[in-house]
Design a protein around this ligand. Structure first.
Ligand code: SF4
Ligand code: SF4
Length: 536
């Protein structure tokens, strides 16, 4: 247990760090990782980084905010924050989420029911700074003092006073990146307060009004995507070349000739992958090609800007960037005149384009959007894809991507498929809409600066490691190869990192991949042995 009592007011009191992270405080992992040696040491932040950047929250850095040079610079930044705070609560400046934000701002019973639902709070050994309501309460008090009632003694007495200074602002910015936006806490709140939404809005204020956002999501994320076509940095020529190589490889491997169609006007489906798949897990887009080829689907990819990359990082930190990318996706589909867009295995791309984009896409940009989970379910159960489940005779468990499952309700299609094709399938507990985030949600999977990857693997990802070990606890013998199915590119990246961090492949033969790989592995039309049993 963390010994020091930390109050809401402490956020504004300058100190080297608001809270200390110690490995011995973290929640123990289940066997066989229940010994201290099983968890690597939590790397302390380097002295140079500590001097250069704001790191006074928990000695971890997600944002690399340069320290202001003097008091005047601090005051200017605080004034910018205050002006952004006031704008956030006007309907002209927050046409997306003002109403639910107000509901979550006005009421909180301080019952702490939400605390027990948060995997980060639990993993940290119940560190008060990571309580879902901690950052919300800081923000709520600032809102009440500076936006709603303009202060007053009664207000201060009732709600507690927080000084709005640079320490508060800098810590709040970092604290907005100690939450996966999984909204498991919102699911349990008896009065419907959404701490995940509040965190999102804090991130938005920092990005839109102060230009503070993780460089992985902004400069090398959405900005790059809008400039060259993909946040991976691939322009359309490179993407096409890569897909050509993938087609060759997958054709040789499966015996099915795949030739990815590009810019085919009038196709039934525009398939949009997370372009990270093309780079890091090429057999995932390859497997989609095999399935669509065997099933005789009319489909295409698009070479327009963002048309071949479903990533939309704006959904996690910036409404304007989100809207720019969402419009590009819809325009690519409109130009080709496809009947619908199908989102590949990427949870946040699903939520961005099918749910949140409803606020942006109107008229002829409002093209039907469908989850690949639903498309694949239809292809398998309509008999267009023939499978032999005995080819998948190994333990399989399923990770539920938060965006897909809790936040969109796509729970059963992937399960119906897996129950049908994997005879040794077992659920994680809990699962479905009560799942736990992989710990890479809201952009963390691609954030590894300073010692943030230790934070991500030891804290936000800890619950997922526990769930994976528990799901396979009767099969831990390393001679038994085990498969974590994660139908989301970001979750897959995080699960890959967790497996590597805790040595789960080398020691216990636990590996991971997407859903389409598992499907192709048991398709009777293809050569056997599609899944690569190695760490990749
Ligand atoms: S949204 Fe998820 S990670 Fe964030 S506070 Fe709530 S439960 Fe924790
Ligand atoms: S957000 Fe909801 S569950 Fe959490 S402390 Fe407030 S009222 Fe209780």
């Amino acid at each position: 247990m963390t010994k020091k009592r930390i109050t809401i007011e402490d956020i504004s009191k300058p100190s080297k760090k608001l809270t200390e992270l110690r490995k011995e405080d973290f929640k123990p992992l289940p066997p066989p990782l229940d010994t201290p040696e099983s968890t690597p040491d939590f790397a302390p932040l380097g002295e140079k980084a500590r001097e250069q950047y704001e790191a006074s929250l928990d000695d971890t850095i997600a944002l690399s905010i340069p320290k202001p040079k003097n008091k005047q610079e601090e005051d200017e930044l605080v004034a910018k924050f205050l002006s952004g705070l006031q704008k956030l609560f006007t309907k002209e400046n927050n046409w997306t989420f003002l109403q639910p934000l107000l509901l979550s701002m006005d009421y909180c019973a301080s019952c702490h029911t939400c605390s027990d639902s948060c995997h980060i709070y639990e993993a940290s050994g119940r560190n008060p700074v990571y309580r879902p309501a901690y950052r919300s309460e800081v923000f709520r008090r600032l809102y009440k003092k500076h936006v709603k009632s303009k202060g007053g003694l009664l207000q201060a007495w009732r709600d507690g006073e927080i000084e709005l200074n640079w320490t508060t602002v800098a810590r709040l910015a970092e604290l907005a990146y100690r939450c996966n936006l999984c909204r498991r806490c919102a699911q349990t709140c008896p009065i419907g307060v959404d701490n995940g939404l509040i965190t999102h809005e804090i991130r938005k204020l920092f990005s839109q009004e102060m230009g503070i956002a993780p460089k992985e999501l902004h400069e090398s994320g959405s900005v790059l995507q809008l400039k060259v076509g993909s946040s991976t940095g691939m322009n359309k020529e490179v993407a096409k070349d890569n897909m050509e190589f993938i087609d060759e490889d997958v054709s040789e491997k499966t015996g099915i000739t795949v030739k990815t169609p590009w810019d085919k006007a009038g196709a039934d489906i525009l398939l949009i992958h997370n372009a990270g798949e093309i780079m890091a897990w090429p057999m995932n887009p390859g497997a989609f090609g095999v399935i669509f080829e065997v099933a005789g689907v009319s489909w295409t990819m698009s070479s327009e800007i963002a048309g071949y990359d479903g990533i939309n990082y704006g959904v996690w930190y910036d409404d304007a960037q989100f809207a720019r990318v969402a419009v590009k996706h819809a325009e690519a589909a409109k130009k080709l005149g496809v009947k619908k867009i199908v989102l590949g295995e990427c949870g946040h791309a699903h939520k961005a384009l099918t749910v949140i984009a409803d606020r942006v896409l109107s008229g002829d940009l409002n093209i039907p959007r469908e989850s690949a989970m639903v498309t694949l379910e239809d292809l398998i159960f309509s008999g267009r894809i023939k499978v032999d489940p005995s080819r998948n005779d190994f333990p399989v468990t399923l990770h539920d991507p938060c965006n897909l499952v809790r936040l969109m309700g796509i729970v059963e299609p992937q399960r119906r498929i897996i129950r049908h094709i994997a005879p040794r399938f077992r659920e994680m507990e809990p699962h479905g809409v009560y799942n736990y985030c992989c710990g890479g949600g809201s952009g963390f999977a691609i954030m590894s600066g300073h010692n943030f990857s230790d934070w991500r693997n030891q804290l936000s990802g800890r619950k997922k490691v526990e769930q994976i070990l528990n799901a396979f606890k009767d099969e831990m013998d390393p001679s038994i190869r085990k498969f974590v199915c994660a139908p989301c590119s970001n979750c897959k990246g995080q699960i890959r990192d967790l497996i590597a961090y805790y040595d789960l492949w080398e020691k216990y033969s636990i590996t991971y991949d997407g859903l389409v790989e598992l499907i192709v592995n048991c398709m009777t039309d293809v050569k056997e042995g599609f899944i690569e049993w190695e760490m990749h």
